[in-house]
Design a protein. Structure first.
Length: 124
């Protein structure tokens, strides 16, 4: 799965939310300053060439839709971050998050609950 720029990720977030959209609909949802229509259309075609989107043509209008799920992208991104920045270790990642105060007490309790379930064989 090819890596996406922050701009491309933002566009994909909109497609995942909408399920199907034409360029104009995506443009309307982007914050100011909005890119030119042609620039956005080029970005969407690039996402299609990277294998993230496909389209159906209705007359002269292309309606695009995601062919990579948000879940698949999330898994790939998490794996890439773990591999590239934390030596492939979830423990290193969680230690970093705790040290940076990015994990709340409630989230730690939830993680402990998941670990306890895992150890009891109640894998979900």
């Amino acid at each position: 799965m090819k890596e996406l720029s922050q701009h491309e990720e933002h566009i994909m977030q909109l497609f995942w939310r909408l399920k199907r959209a034409v360029v104009r609909e995506i443009l309307d949802l982007l914050p100011e300053p909005k890119p030119p229509y042609t620039t956005l259309a080029s970005s969407i075609r690039l996402l299609e060439s990277k294998g993230y989107l496909d389209h159906q043509t209705f007359g002269k209008v292309n309606q695009y839709f995601p062919i990579v799920t948000q879940e698949a992208y999330r898994k790939n991104t998490a794996h890439r971050v773990l591999t590239n920045y934390f030596d492939g270790s979830v423990g290193n990642f969680l230690s970093f998050m705790v040290k940076e105060n990015k994990v709340s007490d409630k989230e730690i309790e939830e993680l402990q609950r998941l670990i306890d379930q895992y150890e009891k064989g109640e894998r979900s």
